[in-house]
Design a protein around this ligand. Structure first.
Ligand SMILES: [Zn+2]
Length: 425
């Protein structure tokens, strides 16, 4: 057989993918996924670098730049020449997974055209800037005319028309604690939904559980666990999780029937400190929370674990499934490899296939893993012997696809769960 260099290279990458999905020591201790820099799986408290919150004015240009709001991140800003500025974007801690987060507001004493350089330190560009000119209500993606990224210098250049009104620029749309609290307030107007404070973060923000329960204490009912926003910049996953939950809590006959058989224990906003401080990845102690699900050294993971352990004591409740929402470079499900016990019916694979058939434009991928790493999905599997998925939404998914994706994936999920309900006992 004659193979070309191209084919050999392709084969090499496939082999690399197969063998480099996770690293572990000889004793089998998990040391990270292939995209984890060394050391980021350490979950003891570490010291982070706080950004300096301030408003800077370049007097001769009459231009103002500020990071004095929740979710902001600007590590430094300086003028290169008139109407040209550099924003430095550094993470809260290094090493860290590549997810450079930035958010700032800019305005002028008079309208002006400016150029802003986004200078990424300890990371490469991941997010195309989002722009809001109406105080963070609506956002648009910077167009190719407005923004270019130069790979060799690792600098993004944004051309912007600045006015007296504040323009917000952010790596992804800004949805901070305030947004989640408002959402929670709305959804808990339903008589079957309630919010409970289950603990406090390092910076004393409330950690919330959303309970959706209409099973009226009936015997032998299923429980679905939802996790989300462990990683602050992963906005599409967060937004999709809210559409998903709204659909489960909706008025349709399907949702009503679903709630007759299933309770939902949801933790959609696990890392409020990281979100409000504009972190790339970690909580206020510099820890990637989704590497702490064997150790529970952090208040966020410990509070959720303690509450969920109650389920082992409740005789007539059985955890059927867990979903952990994230975002990455494409729409993809990470199920547990089906050779593991409790995954034999391949629920996640069949669910993904149905979504893929119905909404092909999402190009939903699927990649399975063995459940040894200390992440929420695997802890759910090991603790409750229940199937679970990491539900990854594409960072740059067209935002008008989010509702369709969230609603339909929830509806298909409910149909399948109801059909297969009795097989779970
Ligand atoms: Zn994530």
């Amino acid at each position: 057989m004659i193979v070309s260099n191209k084919e050999l290279l392709f084969l090499f990458f496939i082999l690399l993918l197969l063998f480099s999905a996770c690293r572990s020591t000889e004793s089998g201790l998990f040391e990270g996924y292939d995209y984890d820099p060394e050391g980021v799986t350490e979950t003891h408290d570490r010291k982070i670098t706080h950004q300096h919150k301030r408003t800077v004015v370049f007097l001769s240009d009459g231009i103002w730049i500020s990071n004095e709001f929740e979710g902001a991140r600007v590590s430094d800003v300086y003028k290169i020449e008139p109407f040209r500025y550099r924003i430095e974007i550094t993470p809260e801690i290094t090493p860290i997974n590549n997810s450079p987060w930035y958010a700032f507001k800019i305005w002028g004493d008079h309208p002006a055209d400016v150029e802003i350089e986004l200078f990424y330190e300890a990371g490469r560009q991941r997010y195309i800037p989002k722009i809001s000119r109406d105080n963070r209500v609506t956002w648009s993606v910077a167009s190719e005319n407005e923004y270019v990224h130069d790979r060799s210098s690792n600098i993004g250049r944004l051309n912007l028309s600045v006015t007296e009104e504040k323009t917000y620029i952010a790596a992804q749309e800004l949805f901070t604690s305030e947004h989640f609290d408002n959402w929670l307030f709305q959804i808990t107007k339903n008589p079957f939904a309630e919010s409970q404070t289950i603990g406090y973060s390092h910076e004393n923000r409330e950690l919330k559980k959303l309970l959706i329960s209409e099973t009226d204490g009936a015997s032998e009912r299923g429980v679905i666990i939802i996790y989300g926003r462990q990683h602050p910049p992963e906005i599409p996953g967060y937004k999709l999780s809210l559409f998903f939950l709204e659909t489960l809590a909706g008025n349709s006959d399907l949702a009503k029937e679903f709630r007759h058989y299933f309770d939902i224990w949801a933790f959609p906003f696990i890392n409020p400190d990281g979100v409000d401080n504009g972190h790339w990845r970690s909580n206020a102690a510099g820890v990637d929370l989704n590497r702490d699900w064997n150790y529970f050294r952090q208040p966020e993971t410990a509070a959720i674990r303690n509450r969920l352990m109650d389920l082992l004591e409740i005789q007539d409740r059985k955890v059927f499934y867990g979903i952990d929402f994230h975002s990455t470079g494409r729409n993809i499900f990470y199920p547990i490899r089906s050779s593991n016990p409790a995954i034999k019916d391949r629920f996640t694979y069949r669910w993904a296939e149905k979504i893929r058939t119905e909404i092909p434009e999402l190009s939903l991928g699927i990649q399975s893993f063995d459940p040894e790493s200390p992440i929420a999905k695997n802890w759910t599997y090991k603790t409750f012997n229940a199937d679970a998925v990491t539900f990854e939404v594409w960072d740059e998914i067209p935002r008008n696809q989010l509702e369709l994706f969230g609603v339909r994936s929830a509806e298909i999920f409910m149909e399948m769960m109801l059909n297969e309900y009795h097989s779970f006992f």
